[in-house]
Write a protein that binds this ligand. Structure first.
Ligand SMILES: [Zn+2]
Length: 247
């Protein structure tokens, strides 16, 4: 048995592929819809590619990752092309120097919340403080429902996201960002779970927010210990890996 701390460091392409597999494995997106990117040195970005024979997110491997520059030119990854929605990634990475990774997926619950116009409330406390801290940073909605396939639309989305970590996209999906690949992936997972709880609460009759006093305590200074973030992410990696309990 190897110790968890001894896990080998992943290359950026391996890291992007892993986040794709986790999000796809959890059912946060269907088919090949959605993509994950990470900022590289030298003004380049590694991103899940699209095109003939492409893998669905949950089956992504390193060979599905393409490297582009900030003009969208492919600089590595022969035969692959970036997704049409590359501007989601490039324009957010331009606007947010603090962001290293961008995730775009189409989770059903998140789309349903935008269809029904359900406001997302802090309905839990100790059940999931990370999700509540994410919500406290804001959960804006991008009201356009078209493909974000131009720099102008990418800028509009980046403006809607603002300083938040997740932006819902009406009738489309969500875009999540993070200071690392794992954080961006976890942000997508956590907000989708919270949205799911809100929707189910509404369906059961009401989705009551916790008290303001408790909300302040749960949010605290807004940060979560890195060790807790790492173990949460590790949980989803193991759940969606071969030998996990997902299949
Ligand atoms: Zn999309």
């Amino acid at each position: 048995v190897t110790t968890r701390a001894a896990a080998p460091a992943l290359t950026p392409s391996q890291g992007v592929a892993l986040v794709c597999r986790v999000l796809g494995g959890l059912g946060l997106t269907r088919e090949p819809a959605g993509h994950v990117s990470v900022r590289l040195d030298g003004g380049r970005v590694a991103i899940k590619s699209r095109g003939e024979g492409e893998a669905g997110l949950r089956y992504t491997t390193e060979s599905d990752i393409v490297t582009v520059d900030f003009d969208g030119n492919v600089v590595d990854g022969s035969g692959l092309r970036p997704p049409q929605e590359l501007p989601i990634h490039l324009q957010i990475l331009r606007a947010r120097p603090d962001v290293m990774s961008v995730v775009h997926v189409h989770p059903t619950a998140s789309v349903l919340a935008t269809i029904a116009g359900i406001p997302i409330a802090p309905v839990v406390g100790a059940y999931d403080p990370y999700a509540i801290r994410l919500l406290a940073k804001g959960l804006p909605t991008f009201e356009r429902s078209v493909l974000v396939n131009t720099p102008e639309l990418g800028d509009e989305l980046a403006a809607a996201l603002g300083d938040a970590s997740v932006c819902l996209m009406r009738g489309h999906g969500l875009t999540a960002v993070g200071a690392t690949l794992e954080e961006a992936g976890l942000n997508a997972i956590k907000i989708d779970e919270l949205i799911d709880l809100n929707l189910e609460g509404v369906m059961l009759g009401t989705a009551r927010p916790i008290s303001d006093d408790d909300l302040r305590v749960v949010v605290g200074d807004g940060t979560t210990r890195p060790a807790l973030v790492a173990s949460a992410w590790d949980y989803y990696v193991r759940q969606t890996s071969k030998g996990g309990d997902d299949e």
